[in-house]
Design a protein around this ligand. Structure first.
Ligand SMILES: CC(=O)N[C@H]1[C@@H](OP(=O)(O)OP(=O)(O)OC[C@H]2O[C@@H](n3ccc(=O)[nH]c3=O)[C@H](O)[C@@H]2O)O[C@H](CO)[C@@H](O)[C@@H]1O
Ligand SMILES: C=C(OP(=O)(O)O)C(=O)O
Length: 416
């Protein structure tokens, strides 16, 4: 099993090119199920989750070629309307085939994802929305069976803001009969990216980028070309890495306007940031100042950046409070950070971090995707060597992270 070996204390300097967003690419690949025509994608990140999604879609009959950052897919021969447990258990985003399959083929059988390291993560809102659109849904032997001759547009108010729930219902609504209104919709840039692709495929969607999506169903969608939006979480992760290790790095092929709150927090921590339309430069020469925050839905502070900022707070001057409001169990990195010498105490949904002068390398274990990223950041700032085990979590969502970090001077290697 691969591990990362990091010798900390190196300043980072140079350029890193940011990949396309995992959380946009995954729903966008599922949108290939919605048409018999060809959809051409660029800026697709090279990630395990993308490979898993392509494997799932291919076994449904989608033809997909994947070369570099390009995917060309065609859905004119879909013949298996099922997402098996073996795949769904390795990637929760597999649930995103549910809406497109029911909308285009009137039927789907998708394994229930179950909980994961960060929370119980039910999909009741996906089911509630499809039922409101007329789908008959039963749960049997761990599978969601959904059937609808033709989905019918309606007004859906989800109980909470859900990212993949909004995406699933949006992909269902574009081929439903009549008007669907999605109230309380997620506004994450990845939802907007999916909506923009659907519009390019002929979907009629008003309110893109807002919390009220109004969709007029069409009989069919056609092919389109689309470049996946930059990964704001990969961007934020490298920004935190430079903030923690010190240095001067320019991130290319990314955007600052989809990371506003995280950038404000970095400035509060003492980081110098400058940006242009497709780049962000990060400079850090001092010890970071501690910053407190609460995770919330976009455009608030992203839960997917919580662990990385926690790592930064570990070596900051002062104490901070970090409150996680989206997932009930997203503090698994705390015990591992404490193994490196951090001083973090958890009380319910809030972690209090007392900044320490130094972290010292140790063997640690990655528990989920962003927890892994936080350990990499802490290891880059720590004295001595850190060995991070179970980095298959990291590979789910980061495109060659160790290669990108080595190129800016980090001492990081992948070992068995
Ligand atoms: C592939 C993808 O895009 N993953 C992202 C997506 O996950 P995901 O879409 O799974 O997260 P949601 O936005 O759905 O979850 C938000 C909250 O709503 C709850 N909930 C959600 C749906 C539902 O039917 N019932 C329910 O109770 C969840 O348990 C959680 O507490 O958004 C999360 C929140 O920004 C991010 O951390 C993930 O990186
Ligand atoms: C939680 C995440 O992803 P997923 O929803 O795929 O588990 C994430 O990207 O941080």
């Amino acid at each position: 099993m691969d591990k990362l070996l990091i010798a900390g204390g190196k300043r980072l300097s140079g350029e890193i090119t940011i990949s396309g967003a995992k959380n946009a690419a995954l729903p966008i690949l599922c949108a290939g199920l919605l048409t018999a025509d060809t959809v051409e994608l660029s800026n697709v990140p090279n990630l395990h989750d993308v490979d898993t999604m392509l494997k799932l879609l291919r076994q449904m009959g989608l033809r997909a070629e994947h070369l570099g950052d390009k995917v060309v897919m065609n859905g004119n021969a879909i013949d298996k309307l099922e997402a098996p447990y073996e795949m769904v258990k390795t990637m929760r985003a597999s649930i995103l085939v549910l809406g497109p399959l029911v909308a285009r083929f009137g039927e789907a059988k998708v394994s229930l994802p179950g909980g994961c390291a960060i929370g119980s993560r039910p999909v009741d809102q996906h089911i509630k929305g499809l039922q409101a659109m007329g789908a008959e849904i039963s749960i049997e032997a761990g599978y969601i069976h959904a059937k609808a001759k033709k989905l019918k547009g309606t007004r859906i108010v989800t109980d909470m803001i859900t990212v993949t729930g909004t995406e699933n219902l949006l992909m269902a609504a574009v081929l439903a009969e009549g008007e669907t209104i999605l109230e309380n919709a997620a506004r994450e840039p990845e939802v907007t990216d999916l909506a923009n692709l659907l519009a390019a495929m002929g979907a009629k969607i008003d309110g893109i980028g807002t919390d009220r999506l109004v969709v007029q169903g069409v009989d069919k969608l056609h092919g389109a070309s689309h470049a996946v939006i930059a990964d704001r979480i990969e961007t934020g992760t490298f920004l935190c890495a430079v903030a923690a290790a010190g240095g001067d790095v320019t991130l290319k092929n990314t955007r600052s306007d989809i990371l506003d709150v995280a950038l404000d927090k970095l400035r509060e921590a003492g980081v110098i940031l400058t940006s242009g339309p497709d780049w962000i430069r990060v400079q850090m020469a001092a010890r970071p100042r501690a910053v407190s925050f609460r995770t919330t839905e976009y455009p608030g502070f992203p839960t997917d950046m919580q662990a990385q900022f926690m790592a930064l707070n570990c070596i900051a001057d002062g104490s901070s409070r970090v409150t996680e409001t989206i997932f009930e169990n997203r503090f698994m990195h705390v015990q591992e950070l404490n193994r490196l010498g951090a001083s973090i105490a958890i009380d319910g949904h809030t972690a209090t971090v007392q900044g320490v002068d130094k972290l010292v390398g140790a063997p640690v274990m990655a528990t989920d995707l962003r927890a892994s990223a936080s350990l990499v950041i802490a290891a880059l700032a720590a004295q001595g060597q850190t060995l991070i085990d179970r980095i298959y979590h990291l590979d789910r969502g980061y495109d060659r992270m160790e290669v990108k970090l080595s190129a800016v001077g980090a001492d990081i290697q992948r070992v068995n």
